[in-house]
Design a protein around this ligand. Structure first.
Ligand code: TYC
Length: 118
């Protein structure tokens, strides 16, 4: 049995209707697709992970330049946590996995999580 593709977004424009004089009317519909829920990826401070490693992680996985990465790292160091980026659910989850994998491989206890924005 044929089923509708659940990923296909609804068409924002109604099917054209043809008037008695052969004119075609395109009725605009209100957009019904909500933007996706976004997730912020957060790094947590600890007393053991080297600052240089955190800067490297932020550059590598969150595509920040060295100066921005250093600022984010220092904010985390001073305030306890900091946002490294905001992504859709799956991308955020992948970033968390990548950070934790890199930290564990290097023997550091760095913690990373994602949480819904708002
Ligand atoms: N507090 C760590 C230190 O003094 C540095 C650090 C910064 C660790 C940010 C984790 O997410 C972190 N070596």
């Amino acid at each position: 049995m044929a089923t509708q593709n659940p990923r296909k977004p609804p068409n924002p424009v109604a099917p054209p209707s043809v008037g008695s004089d052969d004119s075609v009317v395109l009725e605009r519909r209100t957009q019904r697709v909500k933007p996706p829920q976004m997730f912020q990826v957060v790094l947590l401070n600890d007393d053991f992970t080297p600052m240089e490693f955190v800067v490297h992680v932020i550059q590598e996985f969150f595509s920040k330049d060295r100066e921005t990465a250093t600022q984010i790292m220092l904010k985390i160091h001073l305030e306890g946590k900091g946002i490294c980026g905001v992504y859709t659910r799956d991308v955020a989850s992948t970033k968390v996995d990548q950070v934790l994998q890199a930290a564990r491989s290097a023997g550091h206890p760095l913690q990373c999580l994602s949480e819904p924005v708002e």
